[in-house]
Design a protein around this ligand. Structure first.
Ligand SMILES: [Cu+2]
Length: 145
């Protein structure tokens, strides 16, 4: 009987955490001397969560930015949290939402591996950190879609 209770408790605590899936994380290659880089990925969570912060040993600061039109000019602006609705994938991609890496240590080259941790928070304010390796990748307009 005791072990039953134990397994029930275990199940409950496991279910409290959201299952967060990250697909195709990549960082756009940078020119020498460039101090910022943009990261992209697709994320889906099986529960409602928000991406509330991000960090990397490769950059001084990581923020989520959105793009918006201001008098016909595309601008970007940091957002404090990125809402993920349960089972609704969100895509961060060129010309849209992106992770902004500021104060990068070196230029990003194709094939580089860049570690990054994303911190999510659920409705109960429980935080969950997900560590991912991003790949350096060239991006050119031919592949825009
Ligand atoms: Cu940005």
């Amino acid at each position: 009987m005791k072990s039953c209770w134990l397994s029930l408790l275990l199940l409950c605590s496991l279910q409290a955490q959201a299952e967060i899936t990250v697909v195709e994380p990549w960082v756009r290659t940078t020119a020498p001397g460039q101090k910022v880089a943009a990261g992209y990925l697709r994320i889906v969570s099986d529960k409602d969560v928000a991406l509330v912060s991000a960090n990397s040993s490769f950059a001084d600061k990581v923020e989520v930015h959105e793009m918006l039109m201001d008098n016909g000019i595309m601008k970007m602006r940091p957002i404090t949290q990125l809402i993920l609705k349960a089972n609704q994938p969100v895509e961060l991609k060129p010309s849209g939402l992106h992770l902004m890496l500021t104060g990068i240590k070196t230029a990003v080259k194709a094939g580089d591996t860049i570690p990054l941790t994303l911190v999510f928070e659920d409705k109960q304010a429980v935080k969950e950190a997900v560590s991912i390796v991003f790949n350096g990748r060239d991006f050119n307009n031919h592949h825009k879609h």
